[in-house]
Design a protein around this ligand. Structure first.
Ligand code: BG6
Length: 484
């Protein structure tokens, strides 16, 4: 596979929280990969800003170690690493005080794009935005990138939007949802709107239901403090899964342009019905030989926060009325797998009589691992013995179809950062979208909080609580297996 890499314009990228975990694992290794691929121009500079005392040399050493840990060996080239590290520097900056700001201001060049990545808690977004202005280093060619969580509920998200809007135009604000940067998520749009095959069938007349699964094998680990206040609903559903649902359910935008796409996604969120308690199953993982249970992980024996959630959602519009969307996500499940399955209806009449093996068509979009698309079709079982039907997959693994190079798909973060520099907001959430998603999530969360609901314990390494299976069985449907 030959991929075309077009270098972006020269830029100064400041990463607030530049020594944090996200910067170490994702942002900096991702930027290095873009550098190796020739997408980052020689004049680009990356400045890490954080509270602690540090030197350029010590910071570069930590980035060197991060590259060796998180970048595939084929991309690790001593000369490239040295050239990349030369572009890096460190500034000690106090987000809530005045220390370090003048030093940072002196470093910023006037004639290049300025991007400020807020890889810090949302409590500091306002402080950073204000100080960037006060020190004269914002300006019209500047962009800010804000990490999740974007608020904790509708009110806090609104407050954040208001605070940011005091200093930046919406066109300068890039709210990251890294799921939108995943290759297959974008492929979902290519499959839907780049082919005639699927779109005419993409509606309640032909689709029986849709399943979205994001299963993880990891537990909440060291993030218990944050996670226990969020739970799967705030951590995964309100943002990542909502975005996936929007891309599946939305109407064709008039162009693949930021506001055209975001307008259509917003309409989907607004068409989502309220979710009643009987449409929700929440769970908490138990301990096993591989690790502690949820309650021990978060050190809160009374926690009512869910590490698993399954829901049945209805989108009330002409296209989808009557076709439910079942979504589920959880930690410490059997396998790490994320997929979207579009399950089509049965043909209106079977000319072959009742055949057990005759199943409906299913289009599966695999987000990870082994990104690809799979369509299950019914054919005749070869050989004598009459007309027996079997189901076979038309399978397209990107790796197999695109050959060497498909392995080299950029990670979500590196793709999104390059979009920030290019000034392309298509894969970022607009303020009203985030507010609408919270506006939908808040009453659902309030429902279980008011009811005093407790999540159901489930075995680590399973596919979640039995009740989640029942959620579909009741409707005469079944989940696809959670398997690697
Ligand atoms: C993050 C959540 O946004 O997404 C994590 O905070 C979750 O809890 C992660 O593990 C999943 O992302 P990915 O890309 O590994 O599927």
């Amino acid at each position: 596979m030959v991929s075309r890499v077009i270098p972006v314009e020269p830029f100064d990228l400041v990463i607030f929280g530049g020594t944090g975990d996200l910067a170490r694992r994702k942002i900096l290794p991702g930027l290095y990969r873009r550098f190796v691929d020739g997408q980052m121009p020689a004049e680009a500079r990356i400045i890490a800003a954080a509270r602690s005392e540090n030197t350029d040399a010590a910071f570069r050493d930590t980035v060197r170690a991060a590259i060796s840990e998180f970048v595939t060996p084929e991309k690790q080239d001593a000369t490239c690493i040295a050239a990349f590290l030369e572009r890096l520097s460190y500034v000690r900056v106090d987000a809530t005080g005045s220390d370090g700001w003048q030093t940072l201001a002196d470093k910023m060049r006037k004639d290049v794009i300025r991007a400020y990545y807020f890889s810090v808690g949302p409590g500091l977004f306002g402080d950073l935005a204000r100080r960037l202005h006060r020190h004269g280093i914002a300006g019209t060619r500047c962009r800010i990138v804000v990490e999740k969580p974007f608020g904790h509920d509708l009110e806090s998200a609104r407050d954040l939007n208001v605070t940011l809007a005091e200093h930046f135009d919406e066109q300068q604000i890039y709210r990251i949802d890294h799921y939108l940067g995943k290759e297959t998520v974008q492929n979902l749009m290519a499959v839907r709107f780049g082919n005639m095959l699927f779109e005419p069938l993409w509606n309640a007349r032909n689709v029986d239901h849709i399943q979205i699964t994001v299963a993880e094998t990891v537990g909440v680990g060291g993030r218990g403090g944050y996670y226990d206040k969020a739970g799967a609903m705030r951590d995964m559903v309100q943002n990542h899964m909502m975005q996936l649902l929007c891309l599946i359910a939305m109407e064709p935008p008039y162009a693949f342009e930021p506001d055209a796409v975001r307008d259509e996604k917003l309409k989907v969120i607004r068409a989502l019905d309220h979710v009643e308690p009987e449409q929700i199953v929440r769970g908490q993982y138990l301990s096993d030989e591989d690790g502690p249970g949820y309650l021990e992980d978060v050190e809160n024996p009374d926690s009512r926060t869910e590490s698993f959630i399954a829901m049945k959602l209805n989108v009330s519009n002409w296209r989808w009325k009557g076709t439910p969307f079942y979504i589920r996500t959880g930690k410490r499940l059997r396998a790490r797998t994320s997929e979207i399955a579009i399950v089509f209806k049965d043909p209106p009449h079977s000319i072959f009589g009742d055949q057990e093996s005759h199943k409906s068509n299913v289009l599966v979009i695999r987000l990870q691992p082994n990104e690809g698309i799979n369509l299950k079709v019914t054919i005749k079982e070869p050989g004598p013995g009459g007309m027996r039907l079997i189901e076979v997959p038309l399978d397209m693994s990107f790796k197999e179809a695109l050959g060497p190079g498909a392995d080299d798909i950029p990670d979500a973060y590196e793709r999104l950062i390059m979009d920030v520099i290019r000034g392309n907001q298509t894969l970022f959430m607009r303020g009203d979208e985030v507010e609408a998603a919270w506006g939908w999530a808040d009453p659902v969360i309030a429902g279980w909080e008011e009811g005093g609901d407790r999540p159901i314990p489930y075995d680590a390494g399973s596919s979640g609580p039995e009740d989640a299976l029942m959620l579909m069985h009741r409707d005469g449907r079944r989940w696809r297996e959670v398997k690697a």
